[in-house]
Design a protein around this ligand. Structure first.
Ligand code: PEP
Length: 242
């Protein structure tokens, strides 16, 4: 039985504009959720978040280094994230693939470092609008999956399917489009343990569309960007999880 995971991604937004986020979330979530919940925050906020989050809320990083340590100025290792209080780390978000030229091989190496540090990597993948319009979405996502995943049991990783055209655009994949891709990705998982694989959908998930997306058979949760900055919206999405 897979436990749903609702993970927020604050991107480059800080506690400055979210001082009251944890108290507001605790007010909105009256009983501890039966599914898993995490919030992936900028690195400078991890310690504060980990110290103040309620027990049911895990903290995650948004990226980690391919290196464990050494002369790599500006990098943060997976082990440092774990030491600071993280349980999860996002790797291969399309914004990092685009802004920093991260390849599937880099994403795979980051996921390996995350596992070695005891973190659960949330490995992101998804097609562009051009790739979808050309009818290549399935091949693109299957190829990204196979090239980005470490050798590990399915239960040790999380995959987030995030069509690039749906991220931060207000345009969401239909529940059917998302379910179809999740089913393809589950079947493409190389082990016979694909039923244990948690597959999140990401791309403009909001309170208004979360329930329908999360009701799909192969959608095991959501990676939530913009709507996770608002505690009430995030609480509403948490409540929508099966
Ligand atoms: C994301 O940050 O991964 C994301 C899906 O963002 P949004 O929910 O804002 O589209």
């Amino acid at each position: 039985m897979r436990r749903a995971l609702i993970a927020g991604n604050w991107k480059l937004h800080g506690l400055q504009e979210n001082q009251s986020w944890i108290p507001a979330l605790e007010t909105a979530v009256t009983t501890p959720p039966s599914n898993d919940v995490a919030v992936c925050v900028p690195a400078t906020l991890i310690t504060t978040m980990a110290q103040t989050a309620p027990d049911w809320l895990s903290v995650g990083g948004q990226d980690c280094s391919v290196h464990e340590k050494g002369a790599h100025t500006g990098e943060i290792s997976a082990r440092m994230l774990a030491d600071a209080g993280c349980s999860y780390v996002i790797v291969g978000h399309s914004e990092r693939r685009a802004d920093h030229g991260e390849t599937d091989a880099v994403v795979k190496a980051k996921a390996e470092r995350a596992l070695e540090a005891g973190l659960t990597p949330i490995i992101c993948l998804g097609e562009s609008l051009g790739e979808r319009d050309a009818g290549n979405a399935e091949d693109v996502c299957r190829d990204q999956l196979l090239a980005s995943i470490p050798e590990a049991p399915a239960a040790k990783v999380v995959i987030a399917y995030e069509p690039i055209w749906a991220i931060g655009t207000g345009r969401t994949a239909t529940a059917q489009q998302a379910q179809d891709m999740h089913e393809i990705l589950r079947q493409a998982w190389p082990g016979d343990d694909h039923d244990a694989l948690r597959l999140l959908y990401g791309g403009s998930v909001k309170p208004a569309n979360a329930a329908e997306l999360l009701a799909q058979r192969d959608i095991d949760g959501a990676l939530v960007g913009g709507a996770s900055l608002d505690a009430e919206s995030f609480a509403s999405i948490i409540a929508s999880a099966k």
